[in-house]
Write a protein that binds this ligand. Structure first.
Ligand SMILES: [Zn+2]
Length: 260
């Protein structure tokens, strides 16, 4: 009996050694990762982190009350990285946060599955910080203090002039280092490349306003992927009603004085 346990113990040790040996080589250390952020809502660790929650019946939109239903569905760590305090030239970065709005084009479930899949190749790595389903559910995907890979080649043209940051010599500069990426689940008639679709649900606008009301990102720094994109290929979120959204956002007393 004792001998058997020795073998079990040795087997365990072997597994530990193998897993240490097989862990992926660390990428070259980035310059000075930024470990904490202010002005963004903290990641909510809510019950039901398992994706099975997604199978639950959507709440009746009429019965929707703030705060919305929230689910933590963290991305695989290969799909996001640190926010950097310096760029590739060693320049210290001072960008305030922007919020960048997107749409999924596919279903929320397929987007969440994609983010949970490990992507070893840089060019396959994608993520948003949060995603809002058709029923208004907010899915937290990447911790806000981390850099989500929501935009490629991109520049934010804001009140302070053009802002973009290069953190990887292999890629064009982007807004990712100072962006909070939020995506809206596309309606069924928009899962294609057409220029428009039937738009987003009231529950989605309500949840988006609630989510961004948890931040101190001013209205003038809330933008879209289409507006920051410099690749000429992105037009999301299509059929987004900015007027409706900002009207909802400005109902929050905490937002007064944040319009510029
Ligand atoms: Zn996008």
């Amino acid at each position: 009996m004792a001998r058997r346990w020795i073998w079990v113990g040795l087997g365990g040790l072997l597994i530990v050694l193998l897993s240490v040996g097989l862990s992926p080589a660390r990428a070259i250390a980035p310059p000075q990762p930024q470990l904490t952020v202010s002005h963004l809502s903290p990641l909510r660790t809510v019950a039901g982190a398992d994706l099975n929650v997604l199978k639950a019946e959507p709440p009746d939109s009429l019965a929707q009350v703030a705060p919305p239903r929230q689910v933590t569905a963290l991305a695989d760590p290969s799909n996001y990285g640190d926010r950097y305090a310096t760029d590739i030239n060693g320049q210290v970065l001072h960008n305030d946060f922007i919020a960048v709005l997107h749409e999924t084009v596919g279903s929320a479930q397929s987007a969440l599955n994609l983010f949970r899949t490990r992507h070893p190749r840089d060019q396959d790595q994608v993520s948003y910080h949060a995603l809002i389903g058709r029923d208004g559910t907010v899915y937290y995907i990447v911790p806000p203090e981390k850099r989500a890979f929501g935009a490629g080649n991109s520049v934010f043209d804001g009140p302070n002039g053009p802002e973009t940051v290069r953190t990887n010599p292999a890629f064009p500069p982007s807004v990712n280092n100072f962006a909070y990426h939020v995506s809206l689940e596309t309606p069924g008639d928009g899962m294609n490349n057409r220029r428009s679709h039937s738009g987003y649900t009231q529950a989605q606008y309500t949840s988006l306003a609630w989510l961004l009301a948890q931040t101190t990102i001013p209205d003038s720094r809330i933008t879209t992927h289409k507006a920051v994109d410099r690749s000429g290929t992105r037009m999301d979120p299509r059929s987004f009603d900015g007027q409706d959204f900002f009207a909802l956002l400005r109902r929050y007393p905490t937002r007064s004085g944040l319009s510029s």
